[in-house]
Write a protein that binds this ligand. Structure first.
Ligand code: GP9
Ligand code: MN
Length: 658
């Protein structure tokens, strides 16, 4: 006790206590919450010490003050840093990633994520604020007495020490991982080596640079990307080119559907009997080696790839940060072919900034939640349930001028995979994780909605002259649930297996064309040229990274957004090369070509998106979008199921004001 008293009588005791508590807590959080892939003693050491520099730095600001104010500032700083750490914990539980500046801006709609956020929190999380409580107790019980201001000389020293600790930390990190700060797409490394707060500071600097990039970009910057995409252009299969000319198109984003669900059974019952039947439908192509390639923008990244055949960004969502860019997207390309374009989505138009982005993509109409009956029994989780959504959409779809290009974004199979009791007619899975178990039920619900939708399309006569493209947008089960998922799949989910699990189903139904199961390897970036070629649209003049999946010359290299890459023979995951399908580690040189291709493609695509380079490019015969002519203001004259004009406008303007 006397020792403690002696220690507490030191002028900067509370500073030291605050630093140590936050440091240790951060390390505990790293170990419990994040999967940072520690594989050496040096990495363990760096992980342990990396919270120190920022703790010394931030708490240092309280030292400019004296007395009670100083003590309570320690509490405040600790609380703010704890909130930031905890926000990252919650974010990581879902996205398997850390919060970045663009993500903060894209979550002006965090309010709508409400239910998911709650589902990601645990009662035991209160322990992550224990250090703040300890500091308060020390002050309230007068263990920590108010002290004088620190002399300027010492104050300076505190910040010099903080920066020195950081530089030593960075130096050791650079020894273990050269070029750490120049790499952009591995946030895990930055947190592992430098710590969560230093990563955030780095991210703020990086994001500022990114917005400057657009300002300095010029048409010269496009040359490399143009050469790359032109030399990688895949010509269509002449036997299929134009086979769907003039037909309608319906895209369906099948929320969170992974390919392992196809033909999977729970208690002897197929999870997706309808989709399973389509795998051998005479007019349907089913792709069983098709991968999602999304980054943090998830659904919106998948949409972005399908419309533009460009890659999404390594951080944030293009929808949120680059909606002011010029695009040459499918809805606008098809406008010249006489198509009317529309989106159907049972959430409000501001979600994912879709109203802005869809204008830039050239969509004519957007049937958002305002056009649907959003009553309690019709909605759950992220918005409208799939079954009533597709049912009500038919009235609008039937009125669209033909040919149309329509996109449906389904929602029911979204994390945390909840259904109202009356909607459950399928057994839950049998793992130790409720979320994984429910996933099979919501996937089944979506499958039934799709069956009903197809029946409605047949009844309306649209089915016979409509191409239907259905794709799983991204994974549903995140890596932190792999232990439970492995119980359902009956195999251990190693990093190799985890990468193979990023397969999502892709179906393309083309009336009058012989379908088959396609085993070619491909990804979301490849869908646009595949579809445009079926519709008889030449794609040579567009800057696009995809390769027609149905062409005999299809390029089977699938870059993931994190730089990993999969080909039919090899998988390059986390800088290790594996041979397929046995997953044996082989020499990295086998993966070199594919990995070089992925690096080039991703960085050139990023250059286009960050620099807004398509504003300098004029494809032959393409008419640019006139965004001033498009608006998605609620139109009561076509509304059938939505609320009154007044109520809808009230909701929308509320979102826009946020
Ligand atoms: C909501 C839906 C969900 O509108 O697109 O987005 P996600 O969380 O899957 O990216
Ligand atoms: Mn999604």
């Amino acid at each position: 006790m006397t020792n403690l008293k002696k220690f507490m009588s030191q002028p900067h005791a509370l500073y030291v206590i605050a630093v140590v508590l936050l440091w240790l807590k951060t390390y505990i959080v790293y170990r419990i919450e994040f999967r940072l892939g520690i594989d050496s003693a040096l990495q363990t050491f760096l992980l342990f010490v990396n919270p120190i520099s920022s703790a010394l730095f931030f708490f240092g600001f309280a030292l400019f003050f004296k007395g009670h104010l100083k003590n309570w500032l320690f509490v405040l700083i600790d609380f703010l840093l704890s909130i930031w750490l905890y926000a990252n914990v919650v974010f990581y539980r879902f996205f398997d990633d850390f919060i970045t500046v663009p993500v903060i801006f894209q979550h002006k709609n965090f309010g709508e994520l409400g239910d998911s956020v709650l589902a990601l929190m645990k009662p035991s999380d209160v322990f992550y604020f224990l250090d703040t409580v300890v500091l308060m107790v020390l002050i309230l019980f007068k263990v920590a007495q108010p002290k004088e201001k620190m002399p300027k000389r010492l104050l300076k020293r505190v910040f010099i020490i903080a920066v020195s600790v950081f530089l030593i930390n960075l130096g050791l990190a650079e020894i273990d991982r050269p070029g750490l700060l120049t790499r952009t797409f591995d946030r895990n490394y930055l947190v592992k080596y430098l710590g969560i707060n230093n990563f955030t500071l780095y991210d703020i600097i990086k994001s500022t640079q990114v917005s400057a990039q657009r300002a300095v970009a010029s048409s010269n910057d496009l040359v490399d990307a143009e050469n790359f995409t032109k030399s990688n252009y895949t010509p269509p299969d002449p036997a299929l080119f134009g086979k769907a000319k003039g037909m309608n198109v319906i895209y369906i984003s099948m929320e969170s559907l992974q390919n392992f669900v196809i033909n999977y059974k729970v208690d002897g019952q197929e999870v997706t009997p309808f989709l399973n039947s389509l795998t051998h439908d005479p007019n349907t192509f089913y792709f069983d080696n098709f991968f999602h390639q999304v980054g943090q923008g998830k659904t919106s990244d998948a949409e972005f790839m399908l419309e533009n055949s460009l890659y999404p960004l390594s951080q944030g969502s293009v929808f949120m940060t680059q909606a002011q860019n010029t695009f040459q997207a499918a809805p606008q390309i098809l406008k010249s072919e006489g198509y009317t374009s529309a989106v159907f989505h049972g959430n409000y138009k501001t979600f994912w900034n879709r109203d802005e982005m869809y204008r830039a993509l050239g969509y004519d109409k957007f049937f958002d939640a305002s056009y649907f009956d959003m009553s309690d029994e019709n909605t759950i989780n992220y918005g409208m349930k799939d079954k009533p959504m597709v049912k009500e959409s038919m009235a609008y779809l039937n009125q669209l001028p033909q040919p149309f290009y329509a996109k449906y974004i389904l929602l029911s199979n979204h994390f945390p995979f909840e259904l109202d009791e009356g909607d459950v007619d399928f057994p839950a899975g049998h793992t130790d994780d409720k979320v994984v178990n429910q996933y099979f039920q919501t996937a089944h619900y979506m499958d039934e909605a799709l069956r009903e939708f197809f029946a409605d399309l047949k009844a309306s006569g649209l089915y016979d002259h409509t191409v239907i493209v259905m794709y799983g947008d991204h994974y549903g089960i995140s890596p932190d649930r792999y232990d439970s998922l492995s119980q359902a799949l009956g195999e251990e989910i190693t990093p190799y297996v985890g990468a193979q699990l990023q397969r999502v189903p892709l179906f393309i139904h083309v009336p009058g064309v012989q379908g088959r199961i396609v085993h070619e390897y491909g990804g979301e970036v490849d869908v646009r040229p595949t579809l445009l070629h079926l519709l008889g649209v030449d794609t040579k003049d567009f800057i696009a990274f995809g390769s027609d999946l149905l062409s005999p010359k299809h390029r089977q290299i699938v870059p993931f957004r994190n730089g990993d890459v999969i080909t039919p023979s090899y998988s390059y995951i986390d800088e290790k090369c594996y041979s397929n399908p046995n997953g044996e580690v082989v020499d990295n040189r086998y993966c070199e070509n594919a990995s070089e291709y992925a690096k080039d493609a991703l960085s050139l695509s990023d250059k286009i998106v960050y620099g807004d380079l398509l504003r300098f490019y004029k494809p032959k015969g393409f008419k640019p979008v006139d965004v001033s002519k498009i608006n998605y203001k609620f139109d009561p004259s076509i509304n059938i199921y939505g609320k009154t004009n007044d109520q809808s406008d009230a909701h929308n303007s509320m979102n826009e004001d946020e």
